[in-house]
Ligand binder design. Structure first.
Ligand code: HEC
Length: 351
């Protein structure tokens, strides 16, 4: 048996301490190597152990803690962290991001299929890199945020590892689940087949939607959406339920028309999707990027239809797009254009 292995075969603490003491003593050439029996008790409470603990602590702060472990450190009932001030690093995909009316911002970060942890900062600018579908690594400390316990972001600690990462499967739900969404808190949910109650979004950062049966639900859409026309017709809203002082709300990350399967079939028929994908750049740009570029442009539909009719290159790179004039009927071009531009909400909701 190895000299510092205990009877059970496990490394005993005293033996390990002796070994470390021995190795460190030798490698840093202490002027007077103390005998082992004096070294062990001396080290126990000494600065050496403090240094080891500190190194371990720093290492722990840099290695991402699984999000499930971070959530276990938060008391969802009281909305407070169990160890306030503890510093942690996490890695996950941004599920939704929201600027609150007082300019503070929160983001919900998750690992696919798991509940999300809330990340927050006093200013929206600090969270600017937390775009939905970005995979990020970031550090912060456990604290109480504007909407409950989470991680208070350490400025400058965000690194974006990958963009357009999927969130994992979403759970389709009708509007009534928001009456009590405890069982789905922080999960990525699809609120299916709802329509907006008001024609425009206001400065409250909230929007009302209703199901075909007339059940209403509240969405958090953030400040940047104020003054915008709501998406027309039946929508699926993707986002995360969050308990707020006003009750359960869905922090919206994406609005997609219920008709999107039909439109995808139309785009397939016209070969658009051999070069385009809604979320990923292929030969042509991702539709969500096209939509983000035109999100505040009142001429957007006309410009996108013009691209379809005449094709051409230079807006996204040197590769040209074919002309579809005479191949795609004008009404279908209009429908494809409003579907593509519907992805602008990805960037509006993240603002
Ligand atoms: C052969 C590949 C190919 C096909 C097929 C194709 N596109 Fe494109 N598309 C491109 C490329 C490349 C660009 C970038 C052009 C540029 O840089 O100006 C582009 C750009 C676009 C844009 C952005 C326009 C802008 O103003 O920024 C839209 C919208 C678009 N395509 C829609 C469509 C639709 C709808 C179809 C099907 C009817 C389609 N594309 C078929 C390759 C293609």
């Amino acid at each position: 048996m190895h000299p510092w292995a205990g009877n059970s075969g496990a490394v005993s603490r005293t033996a390990l301490a002796a070994a470390i003491c021995h190795i460190v003593g030798a490698s840093i050439r202490l002027p007077r190597l103390r005998p082992m029996k004096r070294c062990i008790p001396g080290m126990r409470g000494g600065p050496f152990w403090a240094a080891i603990l500190l190194a371990g602590h720093l290492l722990q702060a840099q290695t991402p803690t699984p999000i499930s472990e971070v959530l276990a450190l938060l008391d969802s009932e009281s909305g407070k962290p169990k160890e306030p001030g503890r510093e942690l690093t996490i890695r996950g995909v941004v599920g939704a991001r929201l600027v609150l009316p007082d300019s503070r911002a929160i983001a919900l970060v998750l690992q696919a299929g798991e509940p999300a942890v809330q990340v927050f900062a006093a200013s929206a600018a600090t969270l600017a890199d937390l775009m939905p579908r970005n995979e990020v690594t970031l550090s912060g400390k456990l604290a109480v945020g504007p909407l409950g316990a989470g991680l208070e972001l350490k400025p400058g600690s965000i690194s974006v590892n990958a963009t357009n990462k999927p969130f994992g499967a979403s759970e389709p739900r009708g509007a009534d689940f928001l009456k009590d969404a405890s069982s789905l808190a922080g999960r990525y949910v699809q609120l299916t087949n709802v329509t907006f109650v008001d024609a425009k979004l206001d400065a409250s950062g909230l929007a009302r939607v209703k199901s075909p049966e007339g059940v209403e639900a509240m969405l958090r859409v953030g400040k940047a959406s104020a003054g915008r026309e709501v998406p027309p017709g039946a929508q699926d809203v993707f986002g995360m339920p969050l308990k707020t002082p006003e009750g359960w709300q869905l922090v919206a990350a994406r609005f997609l028309t219920v008709e999107r399967k039909e439109l995808m079939a139309l785009a397939t028929k016209h070969t658009c999707i051999t070069c385009h994908n809604p979320d990923m750049k292929l030969i042509g740009p991702a539709y969500r990027d096209v939509a983000a570029k035109y999100r505040d442009d009142p001429e957007a539909t006309a410009k996108v239809v013009a691209q379809m009719r005449t094709g051409g290159s230079g807006k996204w790179g040197p590769i040209p797009m074919l002309a579809f004039e005479g191949k795609v009927p004008p009404n279908e071009m209009q429908r494809l254009a409003s579907w593509i531009l519907g992805y602008r909400w990805d960037s509006v909701l993240a603002d």
